[in-house]
Design a protein around this ligand. Structure first.
Ligand SMILES: [Zn+2]
Length: 126
């Protein structure tokens, strides 16, 4: 089951890709967190207003949406952290479903992926 494994250049390229993705993920979380703090602050200021304020529903909706986006962004960052660990072993290049290779093109497009394109395509079916 031993393949040829990734070359040092492949390993470096993968690490670079993951680091870039992590950096933009961290920036996204930063700005989302600032947005979140702003909304929380704004609603704290208006907390004593009439509870039937028509803007209340909109703010609640925005908060729920932002919370989901933030949650997703943190999950992505977590995936990238795990990907960075997997690069240290050859696991990063191996599909965790079928044990087959994950193509370089797929890893370039999705640096945090754990499964090959075939398994990703059949994921919807079950
Ligand atoms: Zn697979």
């Amino acid at each position: 089951m031993e393949g040829t494994g990734p070359s040092p250049a492949q390993r470096r390229a993968a690490t670079e890709l993951i680091n870039e993705a992590r950096a933009s993920s961290v920036r996204l979380i930063d700005s989302l967190t600032r947005l979140w703090d702003g909304i929380v602050e704004a609603s704290a200021l208006t907390a004593n207003d009439d509870e039937h304020d028509p803007e209340g529903a909109t703010v609640a909706y925005e908060r729920a949406q932002l919370r989901d986006v933030l949650k997703q962004a943190r999950a992505d960052l977590d995936d990238l952290d795990q990907a960075a660990q997997r690069v240290l072993t050859d696991e990063y290049w191996v599909c965790e479903r079928c044990g087959g290779p994950i193509s370089a093109a797929r890893l370039t497009a999705r640096p945090a992926t754990r499964i090959c394109i075939t398994c990703a395509a059949s994921k919807v079916a079950g």
